[in-house]
Design a protein around this ligand. Sequence first.
Ligand code: 3HC
Length: 330
Amino acid sequence: MYAQMVRSTGKGITPREEMSAQERAFQDRVDRDDRIEPRDWMPEGYRKTLIRQIGQHAHSEIVGQLPEGNWITRAPTLERKTILLAKVQDEAGHGLYLYAAAETPGVSRDEMTEDLLSGRMKYSSIFNYPTLTWADMGAVGWLVDGAAIMNQVPLQRTSYGPYARAMVRICKEESFHQRQGYDIMMKMAQGSPEQRRMAQDALDRFWYPSLMMFGPSDAESVHSAQSMAWKIKINTNDELRQKFVDQTVPQAEYLGLTVPDEHLTWNEERGHYDFSQPDWNEFFDVLKGNGPCNTDRLAARRKAWDEGAWVREGLLAHARKKAARHTAAE
Ligand code: 3HC
């Protein structure tokens, strides 16, 4: 079936017969799996969706450093400290690639940051939950980075060139992050009864927020149909959530931990696990700014932005001087 015939359950997508000739030609390129590049013509909605999704993704990488950065000074060994430090630095790098990719369809990083600080742009709901114990570093790596990879591996085939290319490196690094998280969980799960309890408690607290990372159910997803027609998204939110559950439950069993879902069962007929949905009221509440850490996260971003103003101004002044000297020499 051609992508443009898909009808959204939320906002509809433009049927082919209502597209302009230019929009039809664009959709044909997407359907042929051509890569769209920044200088190519694109529908305004496609451009805006790229900025929204890639920008939100970039903000998530940057805000995502906060719950883990909080544990760098408290890591239990020097080795764990260096690994965590490297991981947090990787996330900063991901943010930078993604801001660069989001700038290509025509928005500046400053505008995106201002939109984040004013609440017009979002970052992933998961980073509004606190990291209370060292076991949370394991759960974040295993579950949060695990959920991120589940979403991002298919995004390496997204239709927009700069986004797809950024994803290749990001996925390699996220896969290391996921393994280091699982390694922490393994140590804790095989440790003392108290360490085991900490590991189980971290799984209990991060399981449902991790399921929320994939976004609302397909029936509630506003953007999925159009984003999938444009191949900015490759899978629906529910497809990815199911894949994540199917992959993660055996990993929890291997650790000897219990997924906090009494309805979790293997469904032989479907070839998938049946599982409980997260509390969607909680999800939408977190999106509105009412999660346990929303205020702290935005305050930390605002502080970094304000305190970095003199650096940005200095760099711009230097660039202006250099350009003036260059012009004078010519
Ligand atoms: N957190 C915050 N907002 C979310 C969300 C979440 N987990 N899931 C959905 N939303 C928002 C959407 O942004 C949209 O709001 P908007 O219109 O104001 O932008 C609304 O909820 C409706 O959801 P839709 O399903 O219609 O939205 P999308 O089609 O954009 O799907 C998505 C949401 C699956 C998250 C998609 O945007 C996506 O795949 N994004 C790219 C991946 C990404 O951003 N990952 C961040 C994960 S964290 C990370 O990678 C850091 C790493 O270090 C772990």
